[in-house]
Design a protein around this ligand. Sequence first.
Ligand SMILES: Cc1ncc(COP(=O)(O)O)c(C=O)c1O
Length: 473
Amino acid sequence: MKSLAQETAVLDNALTYAKNYIEGLANSKVNASATLDELRARFLSALPEDGTDACEVIDQLVKDASDGIVGSAGGRFFAYVIGGALPASVAADWLTSVWDQNAAMHASSPAEGVIEEVCGAWLKDVLHLPASASFALTTGSQMAHVVALAAARHALLARVGWDVEKRGLRGAPEVRILTSDQYHGSLERALRILGLGRDALVRLESNEQGKLPFDLLQATLDQKPDVLTVVVLQAGDLNTGVFDNYRELIALAHSRHAWVHIDGAFGLWTAASDVHRYLVEGIDDADSWVTDGHKWLNVPYDCGYVFVADRDAHFGSVSHKESYLARVDSARDPIDWNAEWSRRGRSVATYAALKQLGRSGVADLINRTCRFAGQLVDRIGALDGGEVVWRSEINQGLVRFLDPRPGAGSADHDARTDAVISAVTASGEAFFGGTTWRGQRCMRISVCNWRTTSDDVERTVAAVAQAISSCRG
Ligand SMILES: Cc1ncc(COP(=O)(O)O)c(C=O)c1O
């Protein structure tokens, strides 16, 4: 880079591309049209010997990547659980890159350190979690589980005099994890990473409503009263949006001295809405909670949050001291609460999102997206051959598509459902994912994006109707 003018020119260049992208979102195709081979052919090459002008790098990057970008930033993307990104949080995220702070310590990023403290307080406030809980900002709920369960492991083993940070797990007393069979796979992966292992996970059969049954949890806890136990409850099942009964399950688990961890990757955000808060009633009695910024809060990737009631257990499991790390008395150093060392100032985008929305804006986002999800489930389910499989109280739902041929069986309905999902997605009008739930193929409907409007709902229903007729033809 030869001059300051050239350095800022590349930012202007990126800004123009970004604006064009955003302005085109409402009418561009939601699916990526480039094939894997095409993308590889464009990007895979030997490392260049010589450099390239920065503006040219960006021009080429946009040219090569554009049709390989999925429109998940737009309002008609309903697959997985993927949020958009609020304008203030995108801009704040850009500035985070320009400032390029190492947010590991207050000393290396004073402003970002304080912004993170504010985010912790605001998040606990808006999510109705105990103000005294410790917190950390992670890459997502996956790593938030790792941090929370490291704290749980620390606390449970400390009770029996086992210092897990010093001695590790070899020869350690058993720790088991009880959860419903509807748990998210990131839980299992956290157990693998922490050395607790997949076998530590006891899957309890959920009831008809998809919840962890009280009696089954009680019987399982009482079968092995002396084993150190973590009970994991769900706040918003990925397929059905179901919530466990926190008040009674947490009281039960605590009466048996278990640690209660909440997977609330998206569902914890219902606490921010007066309309939906009843779903998480009593959840603040748990010991640790995880949720994401990059899902329902609409913060750019990657951003998750973890909260732990026992601050000492949290600090004891991940904090780290080194003589070369400058400490400022009374400052909160993120390195003491995360599994990361050097890190991005992830709090800046979260701060901007919460400030842009305010308490009422967060509530409105939650209420609006839940309403749109309900409309999509009802209206798609009412289309010819459509069937509602699960209409949740929140922003998730399941539908499927029946094969109209006489004598069609479940395999035919599964095939028809997959065919309709593929046809809608190929149309570029809307984007959905599939899932196998209770043995049958379904189309998942997940509405997490602040951009989704009623017009998007109309266009999506029309696109699904069109896909159904094209599959019939
Ligand atoms: C219920 C649940 N828990 C955990 C995760 C993992 O979250 P992340 O992708 O932010 O790591 C997901 C992701 O969709 C989820 O739906």
